[in-house]
Every structure is written in structure tokens, then in C-alpha cells.
Write a protein that binds this ligand. Structure first.
Ligand SMILES: C[S@@+](CC[C@H](N)C(=O)[O-])C[C@H]1O[C@@H](n2cnc3c(N)ncnc32)[C@H](O)[C@@H]1O
Length: 608
């Protein structure tokens, strides 16, 4: 599924003439295309969403108290690789897990991190260092490159990855030489590294990095499939979950025969399982930590140390575009605010480095954030395992899928698909409905796919009028704008009916979790063993805007005074998302009805 915001925007930009909603309260909104995000932003202020709930106690301007070094082996490895970790220090940042904090006062525009190429786990490096390197080389020389299936599927994951917008197919600077999509190469090598680490094999230089990766990244890939279906029923998030798991499955389909061949040829050391479980874990790590570098041709990499930056939605304020550590993109420097993370060729005396540039001054003790991109709370939940309160997330939306009915019920379907293609539009599109207004171009698109002209050839003129001139004509005496508004209203009704729960139930579910969490004082710093459960707890804890203490084993975490299963926490987070989605649908429906009434009134007065 490739329902890109790029298409939505190009559609919007084409629509001229009679604008719908323009100048009214219900105005058009669009999403920046993933591929063109040009900056990553960070903020030192704990997000509004999480005000006062960080377990670190590190508020803006607080002095940084000395603490024992976190992940000392990892940090000593970094130093051994020539990295100066200062002036950022690794700290436990409450519910957000580990994060990077300013150790001293930082000035605006300071170049931090400075990771050289040798410290980036690139797809090329993964291919070269993999135990399957001989096979991968052979594939490269045979020009095997990317399979279409994976390219398409993984692209969907990539979009979720770190907001990576990261298309997992050939994308990086050395893409032409890659035997497999970037995504698959990284997953393959990461799975091998995990196997080696588990067996105590310290031969890889990445061992210290792999040791600090989360045992359960907490993405939707960790959710039981049945639970995912139940939880997301009725929500457009189900499509995102499907595309993420579909891409992971497609990638595994591609890797499995290669791994089997490598084992048969004795290339895989006996202590390295390269199991599906290890590859699945690697997909989760990539989904939540992979970084896309515009400065290196959109290459996706794992970047130790840089991938310890947490997300703050406010970190993108004041700038045109953003992506996250996982999608960290930033060529172009961004707008007024926000850190900028990207490969800078001139850094390190011209050798090049991954650089994080501060957007403004920071006080000692302030956490430095980046934005993982303009993502809804559901997108963050599925891709990163945490869920900011949807009502406070400016990127919260309801992704409405609109498309030509290709089931056979519409006799004009083939012609419609053809005309849409002529205008550079796909047969179906996701439009991000928001409380503030309709996505630009939505009504034009709906008017077209719903049209049923008596003379099919009229579709061609209709396409030109709607998409090139932004004009909604009369078609066989029917006002196409009125028809689009009516259809939109109907779609909202249907979407509202598709939820398995009621608004009241969802409000209670979400509020119940929030109350239980808020009533619970945060616990002390977590140990490594508690991390998996804590990560899983993050969604509802974040949904509640508070910290859940990490508790017991076997999927149990402590929430309020009770031990509840991680499933219950996810349920509460998703309930909070459904509440917001419903509000968006209701507002859209009300607005569509009001506009429809206005259109009818105008038609009546024209007739008089
Ligand atoms: C790129 S890593 C950042 C480092 C991470 N905190 C760690 O300890 O490894 C992304 C993960 O950090 C956590 N995270 C990042 N931003 C967060 C936020 N605003 N709230 C809660 N968790 C967050 C999530 O677990 C996410 O999957």
C-alpha cells in the first residue's frame, strides 16, 4: 500500500479555482511529503504532553547532578572509537527511557554528536560484515538488487520507521550496488549480531551497541496478531499495522531462503541461530531506531548514540518540516526552531560526520529532543511503542481512505483509474482528516470517484475540471460538490459505525488508565531487566500523560495499585486514540453537512 501524502499534496497543489472551505473555519490542511522533510528538530523543554512527569527530575534549567555513568561499556566503546560523548550525557529520562541530556550550557547551532562514517551501521557495511557476505556479493554481481515486493512493502514500514519516511528499497547512495533492500540487509546483520551476543561471541565490534538495544522495542511487531486485529478494529491504524507487519513478513520471505542457503553452505556459525525471532526483533529495532540521512542520499542507518535521542512533538515548532531519529532527516537546516540531525560532509575536517545541531541554547540538565516527524499518536504507538495523549498531539488525524471501487460494482472503475493516472493520482488515497479542517483536494477526489456520468467519456473532462481547475461542475444536472459532501458525510457515518466500542466505553477505558497512572507516584530508575516491561508500559502511560512504574514479569506491569497486563495498557492507549478519531469524524461530518446545506441554499437562490 503506498498511499502517500506526496500524492495528497500534489493533488492539493493542482486544485485551483473554486476552493472548498477556503476562507471558512473549515480550511484545508496538508501533510508535507515524507521524502521532502528537510529538518529534524529538538527542544529542551519537556513536552507539553509530558509536563512534570519525567522520572529524571531534569526540568528546564536544572543543574545536572553527577550520577554513575549509564551503560558504561557502551560509552567506553564509543570513546574507544574516538567519539567524544560530551557535552551530552546519557540519563534515565523516566517513561521515555534513556535520553541525551545537556551536560553543560549549550549554545545555539553547536555541532553535537559528530559520528564518523565508521560508527554508522550502514546497509553496505551490514552486507560486507554479514556472515552471508559471500552470498550477498554474489547476488550483487548478478544484479539481484531489490525485489519489487519488498521495495513496496518495506517502503510502508519505512514510512513508519522513524518517520523514517525511509523507503526500504534502494534509496541510499550505494543503493545500486546493494543485493537486497537496505531494510533487509540491516535486519539480517542485526539478527546475526544479536545471535552472537546471546552466545557470548564478542568478535563483532558492534557488540557493545547491540547490548544496549531494547530486548523488546515495543512496536506493533511485538503485539500478538490477534490482539492487534481486535484492538485496531474500525480504526485506520489497522491498515498501518497491516502494512508494517506485511512489510516485515515480505522481508522475511526474502531473507529466509538466503539464510537457509547460508546455513547449508556452512557460512552461518553454529552458535548464530539467525532465527525468525531474531530477524523479527531486528525489524522492531529498525522501526523504532533507524535513521534516514538526506545528506547521504536518504540512506538508512543505525547510529549508536544518536539513536538515544527521544521524541518531543514540540521539538518541531517553528519549522516547516521534521523527521525523527528513526527518520532523522534534516538537510537544509530547517526553519526557525528545532535541532537538525544529518550527515554533514564538511564536519570532522572534511571527513564528514553525523551532526546534531542545536536549535537554541540549552541549560545543563535539559534533555535534548528531536522530533520523529509529524506523526499521530497512533503512528507513534505502532512504530515506537509510546503514545502521546492524542488530544494534545497536533498531528492527530483520522486517515480516511478514498478510492475507486474496483470490486466490480462500478462499471466506470477502469476508466476512472485511467483518468486519475493521467492527473498523476492513484486509484485510492488516504486523506488525513483533522479537527481543524479538510485536507486539500479531498472533495475534488471524492467528487471524481463517486461520479456516475451517463456518458462515460465525460469523466475525462470532469477530471480536468476537478483536478486542474478546481471547479466542481454540474454533471447530468447534479452538483458534483453537493454529491461529494454527501458522500463524505456518509463515509464519516460508516467510519463511526465501524468501531466495536462506544464513545462512552472508550472514554472510560482511557480515563480509567489515566487515573490509575496519575495516582501512582513514579518509581526509581529501572534496571535493565525491567526495561522490556517498562517499554511495553509506555503506551498507556504516555496516553495517560504520566509515568507507569515498571513491574512484574510475564507481561505484567504495575499500573496504579493493580498489576495489569500489557494488553490492558495497549487497550487503554488505543481507546484514547479512538476517542479522538471519533471527534475528528464527527466534526468532519458536521462540517460536510453544514457545507452541503449552504451549497443547496446557494443553488436555490440561483434558481430564483
Ligand atoms: C530512538 S529510541 C530513543 C532512546 C530510547 N529512549 C532508549 O532508551 O533506547 C526510541 C524509543 O525511545 C522511547 N521514546 C522516545 N521518545 C519518547 C517519548 N516522547 N515518550 C515515551 N517514550 C519515548 C520509545 O521507547 C521509542 O521506541
Amino acid at each position: 500500500m503506498a498511499l502517500g501524502s506526496q500524492s495528497i499534496q500534489s493533488l492539493g497543489s493542482r486544485v485551483r479555482g473554486r476552493r472548498v472551505g477556503g476562507g471558512r473555519a473549515f480550511v484545508a490542511s496538508t501533510v508535507p511529503p515524507r521524502g521532502r522533510r528537510s529538518s529534524v528538530h529538538c527542544s529542551a523543554i519537556l513536552g507539553q504532553l509530558f509536563k512534570g512527569v519525567s522520572g529524571t527530575g531534569l526540568g528546564a534549567g536544572a543543574a545536572l547532578e553527577p550520577q554513575p555513568e549509564l551503560e558504561p561499556e557502551f560509552q567506553s566503546w564509543l570513546r574507544g572509537q574516538g567519539i567524544t560523548t560530551q557535552p551530552l550525557v546519557l540519563r534515565q529520562c523516566g517513561r521515555e527511557g534513556r535520553g541525551l541530556v545537556a551536560e553543560r550550557a549549550l549554545g545555539r547551532g553547536e555541532a553535537l554528536l559528530q559520528l564518523p562514517d565508521s560508527l554508522l551501521l550502514t546497509p553496505q557495511r551490514a552486507a560486507e560484515e554479514s556472515c552471508l557476505a559471500p552470498l550477498l556479493r554474489q547476488m550483487s554481481s548478478e544484479g539481484a538488487s531489490t525485489s519489487a515486493a519488498i521495495g513496496a512493502g518495506a517502503g510502508a514500514v519505512g514510512g513508519a520507521v522513524g518517520g523514517a519516511g525511509a523507503v526500504a528499497g534502494a534509496g541510499g547512495e550505494a543503493a545500486a550496488a546493494l543485493p537486497l533492500p537496505e531494510w533487509s540487509l540491516l535486519a539480517l546483520y542485526l539478527a546475526e549480531l544479536r545471535g552472537r551476543a546471546a552466545a557470548g561471541d564478542r568478535s563483532s565490534r558492534w557488540g557493545a551497541y547491540v547490548d544496549v538495544l531494547p530486548p523488546r522495542p515495543g512496536t506493533v511487531l511485538d503485539w500478538p496478531a490477534k490482539e492487534t486485529r481486535q484492538l485496531l478494529r474500525g480504526s485506520p491504524l489497522q491498515r498501518l499495522a497491516d502494512s508494517i507487519s506485511g512489510a516485515a513478513a515480505a522481508s522475511w520471505e526474502e531473507l529466509a531462503p538466503l539464510i537457509a542457503r547460508g546455513k547449508a553452505e556452512g557460512l552461518v556459525p553454529p552458535h548464530v541461530p539467525l532465527s525468525k525471532a531474531d530477524v523479527d526483533w531486528a525489524f522492531g529495532v529498525l522501526l523504532s531506531r533507524c535513521i534516514r540521512l538526506p545528506g547521504r542520499g536518504q540512506m538508512q542507518v543505525l547510529a549508536p548514540w544518536a539513536d538515544l535521542l527521544n521524541h518531543d512533538v514540540n521539538a518541531e515548532t517553528g519549522s516547516a518540516a521534521a523527521a525523527g531519529p528513526a527518520g532523522a532527516s534534516g538537510s537544509g537546516g530547517g526553519g526557525a526552531g528545532g535541532c537538525h540531525l544529518d550527515w554533514e560532509p564538511a564536519a570532522r575536517g572534511g571527513a564528514g560526520a553525523l551532526v546534531l545541531r542545536t536549535d537554541r541554547p540549552y541549560s545543563p540538565g535539559q534533555q535534548v529532543y528531536v522530533s520523529y516527524g509529524p506523526k499521530s499518536s497512533g503512528e507513534l504507538l505502532l512504530s515506537y511503542g509510546f503514545c502521546p495523549p492524542p488530544a494534545a498531539n497536533p498531528h492527530q488525524d483520522y486517515k480516511l481512505l478514498v478510492g475507486v471501487d474496483v470490486s466490480g460494482a462500478d462499471p466506470l472503475a477502469a476508466l476512472k483509474v485511467e483518468v486519475l493516472a493521467k492527473h498523476g493520482l492513484p486509484p485510492s488515497l488516504e486523506f488525513p482528516l483533522k479537527l481543524e479542517g479538510l485536507p486539500e483536494g479531498l472533495l475534488n477526489y471524492v467528487a471524481f470517484v463517486e461520479a456516475a456520468p451517463k456518458v462515460p467519456q465525460e469523466l475525462s473532462d470532469l477530471g480536468s475540471l476537478l483536478f486542474e481547475e478546481g471547479v466542481f461542475p454540474l454533471l447530468d444536472g447534479t452538483d458534483t460538490l453537493a454529491a461529494a459532501l454527501k458522500s463524505l458525510s456518509g463515509k464519516c457515518t460508516a467510519a463511526l459505525k465501524a468501531y466495536p466500542t462506544t464513545m462512552e466505553v472508550d472514554q472510560a477505558l482511557a480515563a480509567g488508565a489515566a487515573a490509575a497512572v496519575v495516582n501512582r507516584p513514579p518509581r526509581g530508575p529501572r534496571g535493565r531487566g525491567a526495561q522490556a516491561a517498562a517499554t511495553a508500559a509506555a503506551p498507556a502511560a504516555a496516553a495517560a500523560g504520566a509515568t507507569a512504574g515498571a513491574g512484574g514479569e510475564g507481561g505484567l506491569v504495575t499500573l496504579g495499585t493493580e498489576d495489569v497486563s500489557v494488553s490492558a495498557l495497549r487497550e487503554a492507549a488505543v481507546a484514547g486514540i479512538r476517542v479522538r478519531e471519533r471527534q475528528i469524524l464527527q466534526r468532519t461530518q458536521a462540517s460536510a453537512s453544514a457545507q452541503l446545506a449552504e451549497v443547496k441554499r446557494a443553488a436555490r437562490s440561483r434558481r430564483r
